[in-house]
Design a protein around this ligand. Structure first.
Ligand code: C5P
Length: 403
């Protein structure tokens, strides 16, 4: 996957720079071409000579070096690559990237590039969890910067926590996944997925309806992320303003009954993700003419809607191998999510806090917990798009092992 890929490796000033020589070796073993940009800080931890010897190329350090600029300007440097990889990415370089600063060769190349960027953060745990760093991370993710790690463990500063740069194999795997995706292959090639998204509208009469709040952002992002991993995706969506993601087949529906029918028609599939906010009730005997406003408000008789997630999770010959539901909760998030997983017989539940102030409804970010048979994973607050990517990666891992 990395054969002949050109990687501009930007080495910033963190102790994890000592892992960079091994990273270069492993990348070159896989046929990648590596060219290094070394910051002043980076040069405190690893020498330009080491990087030059291992990469087999000149190491670029100075923005205003006459020889560098005449041989290769920072613009060309940043464009003659298939990807820019910042490893280690310090809190400082992340802040500079987020605010668009360009005061040395590394940051100038990062600002001037038209190529994808991946960062492997590395820093002290307090620096990583600091709201400033987390805000910068969100800004970068929002701009489609790929992030690998950091992991948790012993840190060089003597503290323990999140902030360890991902190990070399993880960085290589992330790069491979990235190139797989862009080449339209992907680990989910050959798998079929059904994703429900958006609200349902249950008519009261010709003009009025009952609905749940849902923008469809999360469900649509999941459909897009699964397609990027190579799956053949049918997106069954209620009314939303979200654009249909590329490479996804869409079935537009209004009611829960229609959503269930469309899902069943899309079977068989190996993967189902129910992210729709389905209305629990429909109005019995909803007519096609508009109810006139009278003296007394009309009494609505509600009837239960089908539970799409539970229906698709029920044992049977067409039961997809992996069925995933969402649980939007305001209280006792994890307990309720676990109970929901059991009651609906689905495999995983993505639990998200939608209490007032969480910003989940209609917003771009989500704080979720993945509840599986093995336990609960707490994910950091991420853009809905990043939640979807992470979920799609977990699904791909599951598919690799079990399907
Ligand atoms: O029961 P509750 O609505 O909280 O469950 C949420 C999960 O169940 C979501 O995955 C949602 O898409 C799914 N669901 C469904 N059909 C329903 C109600 C919920 O598929 N009628």
């Amino acid at each position: 996957m990395l054969e002949n890929k050109r990687i501009l490796l930007i080495v910033a000033g963190g102790i994890a720079a000592v892992k960079v020589p091994d990273l270069i070796r492993r990348l070159r073993e896989r046929g990648a071409h590596v060219r290094c940009v070394l910051t002043k800080g980076g040069a405190q931890f690893v020498t330009p000579l080491t990087l030059a010897a291992l990469s087999g190329d000149k190491v670029y350090q100075d923005l205003f070096s006459l020889t560098d600029e005449s041989e290769m300007g920072h613009i060309r440097l940043s464009r003659e690559a298939d990807i820019l990889l910042v490893a280690p990415a310090t809190a400082d370089i992340m802040a500079k990237m987020a605010t668009g600063q360009a005061d040395d060769l590394a940051t100038t190349a990062l600002l001037a590039t038209d190529k994808p960027v991946m960062i492997a953060p590395s820093m002290n745990a307090m620096m990583w969890t600091h709201p400033a760093t987390q805000a910068n991370l969100l800004t970068l993710q929002n701009r489609e910067v790929k992030v690998v790690g950091p992991g948790a463990g012993d840190l060089a500063c003597g503290e323990v926590g999140d902030g360890r740069m991902s190990e070399v194999p993880e960085i290589i795997a992330a790069l491979s996944r990235f190139f797989q995706k862009t080449q339209g292959q992907g680990p989910l090639a050959g798998f079929r997925a059904i994703v429900t998204s958006g609200p349902t509208h249950e008519p009261i009469d010709a003009v009025r309806y009952i609905a749940n709040r849902s923008s469809g952002k999360q469900g649509h992002a999941v459909a897009a992320a699964l397609a990027e991993q190579g799956a053949k995706v049918t997106l069954v969506t209620g009314p939303t303003a979200e654009p249909v993601p590329d490479g996804v087949q869409v079935q537009k529906v209004e009611t829960a009954a229609q959503m269930l029918k469309a899902c069943q028609a899309a079977l068989p599939a190996e993967i189902v993700v129910c992210a729709a906010a389905v209305a629990d009730w429909k109005v019995e005997g909803a007519g096609v003419s508009k109810i006139k406003k009278g003296k007394a408000p009309p009494e609505l008789k509600l009837a239960e809607n089908p539970d799409i997630l539970a229906t698709l999770s029920a044992p049977g010959k067409d039961r997809p191998a992996l069925v995933i539901g969402f649980a939007a909760e305001t209280d006792n998030l994890i307990e309720n999510a676990k109970a929901k997983r059991a009651a609906k017989q689905c495999d995983w539940i993505v639990a998200n806090d939608v209490s007032p102030g969480s910003g989940a409804f209609g917003g771009d970010s989500n704080t979720v917990h993945l509840v599986t048979a093995d336990g609960v994973e707490n994910w950091p607050t991420l853009k809905k798009r990043a939640v979807a990517e992470r979920l799609a990666e977990r699904i791909a891992k599951f598919a690799e092992r079990n399907l």
